[in-house]
Design a protein around this ligand. Structure first.
Ligand SMILES: Cc1cc2nc3c(=O)[nH]c(=O)nc-3n(C[C@H](O)[C@H](O)[C@H](O)COP(=O)(O)OP(=O)(O)OC[C@H]3O[C@@H](n4cnc5c(N)ncnc54)[C@H](O)[C@@H]3O)c2cc1C
Length: 535
């Protein structure tokens, strides 16, 4: 079938129009007045991403103007929560800018709750401020719409394009429209990946009919990780997964219930068990914090040399930037911090273009055509393979996206430490898991899609699988149990600061598909000066 191809050339391409993507699109226009800025979103930016349905609280606000918190305090909080392993340069950089982001939200009409006595934003917790946030997402989307040359909704980005003149430099991205089936080529000087987190790579507690009812957004499918991984970008802390302890058989905005309405959880005996056991608990992780994601350059004024290669939030692939959940090493950004990080990445991307680092990028028609064949293959797999089915839905020639997802989740659950195994794993099971994931990758060449929606599901699955491989490699590499409660290495049950007080890095060779692992030092930037002076 002849398929329409739409080609766009631009300066800055933002992949994903969630919190970080809208922040990036907005800020790109501020610094790059004459640049062509395009934002591409899988859903519709008015209601997309983890904030689609709105929020009751902005979870990251310093309140610097009132002396409530300083960026250093936030670094200490994230460092403590992540057992010492964070990129303090990235966290500090986000924290020192986040208040200005929140003040813009206020100016743009986001209804903020105010403390009647002090006139300040109403606090419910050290970092949170309360909002009437049903329209949070449409409000930030409006800022992005006014800033971009074009916003494309309903286009899923499946691959990054690479420059053919200079090795390891990005050249754009490709994808398809989930309504029309048209093929889209975006040739770009810089790309900012802001495609959210990854849910559903492990089997959720609720299965069958309830499997979509997870805490993290079920449409967050790991594109944020798979796109840079496939392009050969280094990733960090991918073993640092999150397990949300909420309450049984219910799903809802529990953060607001706890914080604002002061509710608490009970056990089967009706006891407030958290209060009862409070003194006995030595380590409970707060909030939703993880550090997994792309290894990016820090800001030039505070990043140590190992963390700095020219442009803030640029990955190890030139011209490829990250923001929000995409970026590894920096936790507790939440909605406001992700928007802020989008702004920081966009400012650096503009600088990259202005300093003529994006000259002479060449993306051949052949590279684009090759991706076209790859992207639409699941439709062909289905069209050919369905003729072999005489009854039911199981084909000898293809697997459906949901079958593939269930297989992925079974592998991750059993071999990488999921809920059925009480989050326990070890070297042998991890190695077996990697073998099974390789086989799954091979079989996914045969995934079948009966329509464009299923084609999206097929590509979501492929992105989840690549992300899972990276998670498994990292989990195998870190020979200790750093975050008990999230997962346990049965063969290394203790925390091992001597060998593992470090960040883990991986890189997948785009040609061979093989991962290599290394360690990177953790620098405790905040408090270091004071410690030295004291000693
Ligand atoms: C249930 C829940 C409650 C939360 N509560 C709070 C709270 O109360 N306060 C707070 O401050 N924060 C809260 N957060 C955190 C906050 O929502 C996230 O930190 C923030 O949204 C992350 O921003 P992001 O841009 O990285 O990802 P997202 O906002 O999720 O945006 C990612 C975007 O990329 C798009 N996308 C994905 N893949 C592709 C692709 N291949 N091609 C094109 N587009 C793609 C998605 O559709 C989405 O729009 C909550 C999160 C969740 C899940």
């Amino acid at each position: 079938m002849a398929r329409k191809t739409i080609v766009e050339d631009c300066d800055i391409l933002v992949v994903g129009g969630g919190m970080a993507g809208t922040g990036a699109t907005f800020e790109a226009r501020h610094w790059g007045r004459d640049l062509k800025i395009i934002c591409v979103e899988k859903a519709n930016i008015d209601r997309s991403g983890a904030v689609a349905q709105g929020l009751y609280a902005i979870n990251c606000y310093m309140g610097m103007q009132w002396g409530e918190n300083q960026p250093e305090d936030h670094v200490r909080y994230a460092r403590n929560d992540l057992m010492g392993l964070v990129r303090e340069d990235l966290g500090y950089d986000m924290a020192r800018h986040v208040d200005s982001t929140v003040h813009m939200f206020d100016e743009w009409g986001l209804p903020m709750m105010k403390n009647k006595e002090t006139g300040r934003y109403q606090r419910e917790g050290k970092w949170q401020i309360m909002i009437h946030g049903e329209s949070y997402k449409p409000i930030v989307a409006e800022a992005a719409k006014k800033s971009a040359d074009k916003i494309y909704n309903r286009i899923m980005i499946t691959h990054l394009l690479m420059d053919e003149t200079k090795e390891n430099r990005v050249g754009g991205a490709v994808g398809f429209n989930m309504r029309t089936g048209d093929y889209y080529v975006f040739r770009a000087k810089t790309v900012i990946v802001a495609a959210g987190g990854a849910s559903h790579i492990f089997k959720p507690r609720a299965v069958g009919e309830g499997m979509g009812r997870t805490w993290y957004a079920p449409w967050s499918n790991g594109s944020a990780y798979a796109l840079p991984i496939e392009a050969g970008a280094k990733m960090t802390q991918m073993e640092n997964r999150i397990v949300l302890c909420r309450f049984k058989d219910g799903y809802g905005p529990v953060g607001a219930y706890f914080l604002h309405l002061k509710t608490y959880t009970q056990n089967a005996k009706g006891e407030n068990y958290e209060k009862k056991w409070y003194d006995k608990t030595t380590y409970v992780m707060g909030s939703h914090a993880t550090c997994s994601g792309a290894w990016v350059s820090g800001p030039e004024d505070i990043a140590p040399p190992e963390y700095f290669w020219g442009y803030n939030r640029m990955t190890t692939v030139e011209g490829l930037f990250g923001a929000g959940d995409t970026v590894g090493g920096s936790a507790h950004k939440f909605s406001s911090g992700s928007f802020t990080e989008g702004r920081l990445a966009a400012k650096a991307a503009v600088k990259y273009i202005e300093e003529e680092k994006a000259k002479d990028i060449n993306v051949s028609d052949k590279q684009c055509e090759d991706f076209k064949d790859i992207i639409f293959k699941p439709l062909e797999n289905y069209t050919v393979g369905r003729n072999e089915i005489t009854g039911g839905t199981v084909s000898p020639s293809y697997i459906s996206p949901i079958q593939g997802l269930q297989r992925l989740q079974k592998i991750m659950d059993e071999y990488v430490g999921g809920i059925s195994y009480n989050y326990m794993t070890n070297e042998n099971t991890l190695k077996r898991g990697l073998e099974l994931l390789d086989w799954l990758q091979e079989d996914l060449e045969k995934v079948g899609a009966e329509d464009y929606h299923q084609l999206m599901r097929a590509w979501e699955l492929k992105h989840r699988t690549l992300t899972s491989q990276c998670v498994t490699e990292h989990t195998l590499f870190r020979q200790e149990t750093r975050w008990p409660g999230y997962y346990y290495r049965g063969d290394y049950m203790k925390l091992d600061d001597e060998n593992w007080h470090c960040l883990t890095l991986s890189r997948r060779d785009p040609k061979t598909g093989k991962f290599t692992m290394e360690k990177a030092p953790v620098y405790h930037i905040v408090d270091e000066k004071e410690k030295k002076e004291a000693s």
